[in-house]
Write a protein that binds this ligand. Structure first.
Ligand code: C2O
Ligand code: CU
Ligand code: CU
Length: 498
């Protein structure tokens, strides 16, 4: 018997099958700068703020602009204090910080501090809207270890498009403990940021965003890889030992990063800061919202490409047909991202000690509660109306508080993915540890602090954390899928700490 639900599903899946990623359709070769590595990697400017009455103050402007991604072609874009992306904001643990965020655009926006532990009303989520012409002035204290965090728009139903246009940047926290390790830390020299984003462009140079149902379902992917805003760039390294701070700032694409010659990377940090010890990897999976810091060694004369190597896709039985169709728009083709050369690299500075830091952890026996989160996608009318993505059967509602958490509680969250594609699950305010993936210990590089975890189709991931310091019954924090089209489509919920 063929149910109505099944017919709706197949109809949508049929449409999905038509939408191959552009890089497979042959249009990529026609693009001016594809994988020729002729662009120089831009290094974002570093903003350390100014001190005023013991507070570190950052002035930020959300603005529209035009950016030349391809020479001679201007793309309408957006940025923070610039025309695409924003500066790297740098501060220290213990700092009292304030941000003056002025919205110089003609539409509402917000600015969220991803990965940062702070009071809910300073979080910059969908409730902290900044009107055109308005200035929002959040202030808080930095109470977490050295780490690579980031900031981006979190406008309700508009996060995807605003981030796609460029409203995102990096947020570095330093502390004494990490300084004492002597890791490479000369910004822009042997310590460089790499913001990975894929974008699709129209022939006139404008961004192409959400033009088909599959793009809504799978999330928005593009055929042009931008690193720090430059298409397929090259970076000539200044040192034989480089620290790369990677951010997957893409709307939907999951990368499995690998060097063309298979050289090793030593991962030293995950989302929430340094790992206990470096983990040697040949490839590194990074889903939207996740960060990783890696140390890579170069020798004079090197020319090596950082690329995406597809991982075997994992699919559940239920929805398998739809899953197979949908993943056609997924991450199953290899492609190149950027090139590193080492023309005259200086002697390696900085050490990579065998022991880095003690990473905070919580005992599962101390958990006051286990909360279940079931991620799912509904096809058909719900999808068409923009509410097809759910957590525990519900699409996001700004007026509904989904979870109430007691201040100080240790909790386990059990996240299960009942849908046919993977979802990177993100929780605001806290950093967690991954307890297990389907009952198995997580890989070594996932044993540090995290705020975003990829949950495969059919997988159950348990994480543990503690909700500390800030209680506020009125202002919620968010938890959501970090595929921005899924977040905008309803896969988000709200919690308060009381
Ligand atoms: Cu990167 Cu809710 O955020
Ligand atoms: Cu966040
Ligand atoms: Cu998702």
């Amino acid at each position: 018997m063929v149910s109505r639900r099944f017919i709706l599903k197949s109809a949508v899946a049929g449409a999905a099958a038509l939408a191959f990623p552009l890089y497979r359709s042959g249009r990529l070769e026609a693009k001016p700068s594809v994988a020729t590595f002729e662009n120089t990697l831009p290094i974002p400017s570093l903003l350390e703020g100014r001190m005023e009455n013991g507070q570190r103050i950052f002035d930020l402007s959300l603005q529209r602009g035009r950016h030349e991604f391809f020479s001679g072609v201007e793309t309408p874009s957006a940025g923070i204090n610039g025309d695409y992306l924003g500066p790297v904001l740098r501060m220290r643990r213990g700092d009292r910080v304030r941000f003056n965020v002025t919205n110089n655009m003609s539409e509402d926006s917000t600015l969220h501090w991803h990965g940062v532990h702070l009071p809910a009303k300073m979080d910059g989520g969908p409730h902290q809207v900044i009107k055109p012409g308005g200035t929002w002035k959040p202030e808080f204290e930095i109470r977490q270890p050295a780490s690579t965090q980031w900031y981006h728009s979190h406008m309700f139903h508009r996060t995807g498009v605003q981030v796609y246009y460029g409203l995102a940047g990096l947020f570095y926290i330093d502390d004494d403990e990490s300084d004492a390790l002597g890791l490479p830390s000369d910004y822009g020299v042997d310590d460089i940021p790499l913001v990975l984003q894929d974008r699709a462009f129209n022939r006139d140079g404008s961004f192409s965003y959400l033009r088909s149902m599959p793009e809504r379902m799978n999330g928005m992917r593009g055929d042009v890889m931008l690193v720090n805003g430059a298409p397929f760039p090259t970076h000539d390294v200044a040192s034989r030992r480089m620290r790369l701070r990677l951010l997957n700032g893409s709307n939907a694409r999951i990368y499995n990063l690998k060097f063309s010659d298979g050289r090793a990377m030593r991962q030293i940090a995950s989302d929430g800061g340094l790992l206990e010890k470096p983990v040697t990897l040949r490839s590194l999976r990074l889903s939207p919202g996740e960060r990783a810091e890696v140390i890579v060694e170069f020798s004079p004369g090197d020319a090596v490409v950082l690329q995406h190597e597809p991982l075997p896709q994992r699919r559940r039985r239920r929805g398998m047909m739809m899953g197979m169709m949908m993943m056609g728009g997924g991450d199953d083709q290899p492609f190149e991202i950027m090139r590193f050369t080492a023309k005259r690299p200086a002697r390696a500075k900085g050490d990579v000690p065998e022991h880095l830091v003690k990473v905070r952890s919580w005992n599962p026996a101390a958990a006051a509660k286990t909360r279940k989160m079931v991620l799912d996608m509904r096809m058909g009318p719900a999808m068409m109306s923009g509410n097809g993505f759910t957590i525990n059967g519900k699409a996001m509602d700004m007026k509904r508080i989904d979870e109430k958490i007691r201040l100080g509680d240790v909790e386990i969250w059990e996240i299960r993915n009942d849908s046919p594609m993977p979802h990177p699950f993100h929780i605001h305010d806290i950093q967690f540890r991954i307890l297990d993936r389907d009952g198995q210990h997580p890989p070594l590089n996932e044993r540090g602090l995290k705020d975003t975890v990829l949950v495969e189709s059919g997988e159950t991931v348990r994480v543990i954390t503690q909700f500390e310091d800030y209680a506020d019954p009125k202002n919620p924090y968010m938890f959501h899928c970090h595929i921005l089209e899924h977040e905008d489509g309803g896969m988000m919920g709200q919690f308060v700490v009381v």
